[in-house]
Design a protein around this ligand. Structure first.
Ligand SMILES: Nc1nc2c(c(=O)[nH]1)N[C@H]1C(S)=C(S)[C@@H](COP(=O)(O)OP(=O)(O)OC[C@H]3O[C@@H](n4cnc5c(N)ncnc54)[C@H](O)[C@@H]3O)O[C@H]1N2
Ligand code: MOO
Ligand code: MG
Length: 627
């Protein structure tokens, strides 16, 4: 259900324009983060006056908005009257909401006890008083927002949705955490990266579904239809220069200037006579009878009157067709201009606009839901409690998807317990084809993702381990939910691991589901000093790959531990460093590329490397850097 909201900022200072309203816009942002389909129907600012607050609340209620959020005027100052005004409007109080906000806020500040916020119901609208400070308003909204869809469903009598909401709340996982019974070794076979990639792409069925969207919003989407020229471009003969439209056969000499034809003018329907010229601007239609344009530089003014030219002299003999853009000379009518499957560029958008298209058919993208898992995670902007860290994975992954032109919906943070993970997955499966999670896939007793997927959703886990660093516990599963196929990428929690595995597996998958073909990242080979890998797994080391003076070069971005997200800063490639064992074999067999010969203590010669250089395969996931 798409909720409608009204936001009312109550503040003398904001009303008078003495300070900027930041709480209203912040609430708008919080609402859309939480409910991407919600509609912010109205926003308004009133002073701290009971009557004005009441008037606005009445108007919002009359519009039957589902929820009205007020911000400001809930404290102890003489001017704080929002609760008084709200009480005069509501028919029934909703004390639970104010109670939750106060008690949760008390965990952050004892001054929360000074809040007098009122929540209540008028007709089918819920009115919620929130504090005036931007941060507190956003926090309090966060405490109660989860309950709003259900509350609105009950209030508006939407039986099916009420039942569903009840079912969602009651959902309990069949998975039971028992540390003593957990597997002591992973039961999932370790796949090589290539095998895992092939498996992911093989499982993915291109939907081939298309949708019609506005040309102006089509950048980077994949075109589903060929684009033909419905009409020639230009559609009329047009001047290429600012000058005079002439009859070429009139040749040189003094001519009478008849009138002016500017770009955008309707073509003149009287024919140009012998000895006449018409002043014309670039892009203007060529008048009847004219068959050439003489640029102003090749003429001389002979006679003028009141700022108008009367006579000019043509100084260079014109040739027929000179400086005239023929009909269809840029694009002929009926030709194929842009091919289906093309990824739409800025120029494509421009060409479609030029051809008169306002809408275009593109391939539908998969709908993507994304959630983080972890008890330790705290949303950016909120104060960290001991033992907590900020949730960086969700923002990294959502924005990585954006870099490849995919949009994902945020399904929040699921805590490390089977019920919460189960509920979050169910919610995400309702509306999405693909669900991406991070964390909870390794060997800890609270790593319950795989169990919830198999036991609660009957999912097939196609793989649960990959021979790579970072990203070992990467998991890929499919399942049917409400008779629809769902794909799950349960990525490792370590920030680098989830990002690298998204680049390697998720992005190619999303492209295939959209386009039927997939992205093939280019590989380059670089010769650089040996990189040690102490792990048996091949390492995908984040690197800056650059091209300088005709030589390809690469260097890693510092420490490559999987937690160090900043190892991705500036990186455009992944150097594939063979696992320790393979490296050892290679080293004993291979010769250093550069070396010098020096006699050893026994007087024999051996190779002494100046610097051990190896040839590495590097995957480029972003543009090469040119230095
Ligand atoms: N006994 C074993 N332990 C671990 C193994 C193993 O094979 N045996 N594998 C290690 C590897 S490799 C990885 S990678 C991690 C993957 O762990 P999980 O996917 O279970 O993820 P968590 O345990 O939940 O978290 C790991 C790490 O990442 C941090 N994290 C999680 N989510 C976020 C987030 N949204 N934003 C920022 N940071 C996040 C979390 O706090 C942990 O530090 O397992 C190893 N263990
Ligand atoms: O494979 Mo994990 O991703 O090393 O850290
Ligand atoms: Mg774990």
């Amino acid at each position: 259900m798409a909720l409608t909201f009204g936001i009312l900022t109550v503040s003398d200072r904001c009303f008078k324009g003495e300070s900027k309203d930041t709480s209203g816009p912040r609430l708008e942002q919080e609402i859309l983060n939480k409910f991407p389909m919600a509609k912010i129907a109205e926003k308004h600012i009133v002073p701290d006056e009971v009557e004005e607050i009441k008037e606005c609340l009445k108007r919002f209620v009359f519009q039957s908005y589902n929820v009205i959020l007020t911000t400001g005027g809930t404290g102890f100052s003489q001017r704080d009257v929002t609760p008084e005004a709200t009480k005069q409007i509501i028919e029934r109080e909703a004390n639970g909401l104010s109670h939750v906000m106060t008690s949760k806020s008390l965990e952050k500040t004892q001054y929360a006890m000074l809040s007098r916020a009122v929540c209540g119901i008028k007709n089918t609208t819920i009115i919620i008083n929130l504090p005036g400070s931007e941060k507190a308003a956003a926090e309090c909204f966060g405490f109660i927002s989860e309950s709003l869809p259900h509350a609105v469903s009950v209030l508006t009598g939407k039986k099916l949705e009420v039942e569903k909401a009840h079912k969602d709340v009651q959902r309990t996982s069949k998975v039971k955490i028992d540390a003593s019974k957990r597997d002591r070794h992973s039961t999932y076979p370790m796949l090589e990266v290539d095998a895992a990639t092939a498996l992911v792409l093989n499982e993915c069925a291109a939907t081939n579904k298309t949708e019609e969207i506005l040309v102006e919003e089509s950048l980077y989407r994949i075109l589903a239809n060929d684009i033909f020229a419905k009409a020639p471009v230009p559609p009329f003969e047009a001047s290429i220069k600012d000058g005079y439209a002439v009859r070429a056969s009139d040749g040189l000499g003094i001519k009478k200037v008849r009138y002016y034809a500017a770009a955008g003018d309707t073509p003149i329907d009287s024919t140009l006579k012998e000895g006449e010229v018409i002043r014309i601007s670039t892009g203007a239609p060529i008048p009847l009878g004219a068959d050439a344009v003489v640029q102003v530089e090749d003429t001389k003014l002979i006679k003028s009157q009141d700022g108008e030219e009367l006579e000019i002299e043509i100084k260079i003999n014109p040739k027929t067709g000179q400086d005239i853009r023929k009909i269809g000379s840029d694009v002929e009518k009926g030709v194929l201009v842009i091919k289906r499957y093309n990824k739409i560029s800025a120029a494509d958008v421009g060409v479609m606009a030029m051809l008169g298209y306002s809408k275009v058919h593109v391939f539908k993208q998969a709908s993507i839901g994304i959630l983080s898992t972890g008890n330790e995670l705290c949303k950016a902007g909120e104060p960290l409690k001991p033992g907590q860290i900020y949730d960086s994975n969700k923002l990294t992954l959502m924005n990585l998807l954006k870099e490849y032109h995919y949009q994902a919906t945020d399904y929040g943070i699921a805590r490390d317990n089977p019920d919460d993970v189960y509920k979050s997955f169910a919610k995400a499966f309702e509306k999405n084809d693909v669900v991406i999670t991070s964390g909870g896939v390794s060997m800890g007793e609270f790593d319950v993702i795989k169990q919830v997927l198999t036991i609660d959703f009957n999912a097939i886990i196609h793989f649960g381990r990959i021979n790579m660093k970072p990203g070992k516990p990467t998991t890929f599963a499919t399942l049917d939910y409400n008779d629809k196929r769902k794909y799950v990428f349960a990525l490792p929690g370590n920030p680098v691991s989830s990002c690298v595995t998204s680049i390697l597996f998720v992005i190619p998958f999303l492209r295939k589901i959209e386009r039927a073909e997939t992205i093939k990242y280019p590989f380059v080979h670089v010769s650089i000093p040996e990189i040690k890998n102490s792990d048996a797994r091949p390492e995908y080391a984040r690197a800056v790959v650059s091209f300088k003076n005709g030589i390809l070069s690469a260097h890693t971005t510092g420490s490559q531990v999987s937690s160090r997200l900043n190892s991705l800063l500036g990186a455009n490639g992944l150097i594939i460093v063979p696992g320790k064992n393979l490296q050892d074999i290679n080293n004993s067999a291979s010769q250093p590329i550069f070396g010098q010969t020096t006699p050893n203590i026994f007087g024999q010669y051996s190779i002494k490397p100046i610097s051990q250089t190896c040839l590495y395969k590097v995957l480029l996931f972003s543009e090469l850097k040119y230095v």
